[in-house]
Design a protein around this ligand. Structure first.
Ligand code: SF4
Length: 662
């Protein structure tokens, strides 16, 4: 029998040879200051201003979202149109992105979201952020709107605004090739939008290096609204860290852990798709718009088949030995894909597969490629299609609405044409669904809301809060709407020897708490780990490369920060920075009118499972859930009723300069 978990296979050679393949990591000449500049690009005025950032500002806010949230609070006016020139789009690498340590390739894109009307925030890994940092850039804030399409060219010499009319409408690979030829730099790294972003699809994302995505919250539509096709970057040298010998030592420590950590090994072997079979066996795999929790054909679309029949090789990110990404090919010419656009993750397999009743892995792989070419978010598009299928089966959408398309669960043939229509805003159904399921439900009316699975109008990811109650709190409390990276997941704390209970003892999360518990211990886990996730994003560590999921423990992370910066920062100090970031998220939403009444869950989760091993069980209790939300507010130092950060909290975090926003 095949097992999902790697057995005795020794991955050492695979993991170490992986780094050698990363040709783009080759050393550049010269040294670039570790702390870069803040770049303000005004596309309306066609100006670029590079501003130095005081050293103590970095120590307080680190990088990533923390570094730019204050600017976004200052620059985006109340009542701004998310697709108007007054919105500001920030690209902010984590503090350690570009340093020669494994697992820190991430950057955050932020703006007011066109999907939620709240904070838009989405992380991506890859090679783009290290390149920005090596060009001396700590973050870029894009304001205004270009008169005609443009791209940015970022180097150690500065930032140029260049015309992009000739690549508007081109797919990201073509655009990348043309840009690289124009700038004369074949190793330039590009972040760009496809036609989904150009057509202002509300859940359009941004792709870098073709296969890494800031997928959520519609930030690709914000980029499209600014007529910004792409940002290309090439560094000027390696980052000048404070203690290079110590960095090398910590690199070796993390790399050694990568070879032995069992979760790291599973990620390398099977990638995130491993979640398909595991969720189905547990009776919580989103199926047919979450009306079911088991999918009979899971083996046809699961990790094992993906690995055995379609995997070309694992793909990866800057300096990371894990290489958890799936690079795939399909032999059937009907579904042939370009391997460079990457393969489906767990979220995609579930959202476009079981969640739509689709049992063809070839269709899902092709659908994933189309979404990546058009840069539209696979979670939102899968959830929006499954919502439409539920409406169709209930008679709320008719064959007239769908131009004859049989929009039933399990119709494999419906998926690919519908993705085309959505990305192009083509036809009545494409236009209806391109603004997301929440807007579509309001337009359809007649009770269509009963099929909605959104929080703050963003479609939820593929994790059921009935078996992970803390995950339900994350969905409700995440400033970005339905999101599964706001805090740690419950199973990591299920027993006293679980990965999270062991890894986070140093931050007081050393007690086991059941995934089904929704009491104070669970709220405490969510609160503390939400601060930790603020820190992870500020530093740019990939969630799959950091504990509890993988190789890099907290003390190693603290060591890397200090070796890179020359600080003597402690874990509590860094965690405080994560808490500061989390509070700034909340302030942003408060300023833009997003209040506590939107910290909710879809009604589906207050009913028991309909089928599978958990049939008739696990309904969340609405009163207990509301109480847990209020307790989170209190633990975060926010008013327990309104969820607004208190004056005392702002002062305690050194955010007194933002008190006026309350
Ligand atoms: S764990 Fe995977 S996604 Fe994260 S940095 Fe490594 S290869 Fe990239």
């Amino acid at each position: 029998m095949k097992t999902l978990w790697p057995t005795a296979r020794n991955l050492t050679s695979i993991l170490s040879s992986a780094v050698d393949e990363q040709s783009g990591d080759s050393p550049l000449t010269g040294k670039v200051p570790f702390f870069g500049k803040l770049a303000f690009v005004d596309l309306t005025r066609e100006t670029v201003v590079l501003r130095d950032i005081p050293a103590d500002h970095f120590r307080t806010y680190l990088g990533g979202p923390g570094l730019v949230l204050g600017e976004l609070l200052r620059l985006i006016p109340v009542g701004a149109d998310p697709l108007g020139p007054e919105n500001v789009l920030a690209f902010s690498p984590g503090l350690l992105a570009g340093a020669q340590v494994p697992g820190f390739p991430r950057f955050t894109v932020l703006a007011l979201s066109p999907l939620t009307g709240a904070l838009g925030k989405s992380e991506a890994a890859g090679y783009f952020a290290p390149e920005l940092k090596k060009a001396g850039i700590a973050a870029i804030l894009v304001q205004g709107r270009a008169e005609s399409p443009v791209y940015l060219w970022v180097t150690g010499q500065g930032i140029e605004i260049r015309p992009a009319t000739h690549i508007w409408g081109a797919d990201p690979k073509v655009a990348q090739g043309i840009i690289r030829a124009e700038v004369g730099e074949p190793r330039a790294r590009t972040a760009s939008i496809g036609i989904g972003g150009e057509n202002l699809v509300s859940f359009a994302g941004i792709g870098n290096d073709l296969s890494h995505f800031n997928g959520r919250n519609g930030l690709g539509a914000v980029m499209g609204s600014k007529n910004l096709k792409a940002i290309a970057a090439r560094g000027a040298g390696d980052l000048d860290v404070a203690d290079a010998d110590r960095m090398r030592e910590l690199y070796r420590t993390a790399s050694d852990l990568a070879k032995t950590n069992p979760l790291t090994r599973t990620l390398h072997e099977l990638g995130t798709p491993a979640g398909m079979e595991l969720s189905n066996a547990a009776g919580c795999l989103p199926t047919n718009n979450w009306q079911s929790a088991v999918f009979a054909d899971v083996d046809k679309i699961g990790a094992r088949r993906l690995t055995d029949e379609f995997l070309v090789k694992p793909g990866g990110c800057y300096m990371c030995p894990i290489r958890c990404k799936r690079l795939v090919k399909v032999d059937d010419p009907l579904f042939a894909v370009d391997t460079e656009f990457g393969g489906p993750e767990y979220e995609t397999l579930a959202a476009l597969g079981s969640n739509c009743g689709v049992n063809s892995l070839e269709v899902i792989i092709k659908a994933n490629e189309l979404c990546n070419i058009y840069t539209i978010d696979t979670i939102s598009v899968g959830m929006t299609i499954s919502f439409a299928m539920a409406c169709y089966e209930a008679g709320l959408l008719t064959a007239e609405d769908t131009a004859g398309l049989e929009l039933r669960f399990g119709n494999n043939d419906a998926i690919l044409p519908l993705i085309e229509d959505i990305a192009r805003r083509r036809g009545p159904l494409g236009r209806l669904l391109a603004d997301g399921s929440a807007v579509a439900a309001r337009r359809i009316g007649n009770g269509a809301e009963q099929f909605l699975l959104t929080v703050k109008d963003q479609e939820i990811p593929m994790h059921d809060p009935r078996v992970k109650t803390g995950l339900g709190l994350q969905f409700a409390l995440s400033p970005m709407g339905g999101d599964h990276w706001f805090a740690q997941h419950d199973p990591f704390f299920a027993t006293e020897t679980s990965a999270g209970t062991v890894a986070f003892a140093s931050i007081g999360l050393d007690e086991a708490v059941s995934p089904l518990d929704l009491g104070p211990d669970k709220v405490r886990m969510v609160a503390r780990s939400s601060f930790l996730h603020g820190l992870y994003d500020d530093l740019g560590v990939c969630i799959f490369a950091a504990v509890a999921r993988s190789m890099t423990p907290l003390d190693v992370i603290v060591g890397m920060v200090n070796a890179a910066t020359g600080w003597q920062a402690s874990l509590p100090e860094l965690l405080r920075a994560g808490e500061r970031t989390n509070t700034l998220y909340r302030l942003f939403n408060h300023r833009h009118g997003v209040r506590a009444d939107r910290d909710t869950l879809p009604s589906r989760f207050f009913k028991p499972f309909a089928d599978g091993p958990l049939a008739g069980k696990q309904a969340l209790d609405p009163l207990e859930f509301a109480q847990a939300v209020r307790l989170y507010y209190a633990m975060a130092g926010w008013d327990p009723e309104t969820g607004v950060p208190t004056h005392d909290t702002l002062h305690g975090l050194g955010l007194e300069g933002f008190v006026d926003l309350l």
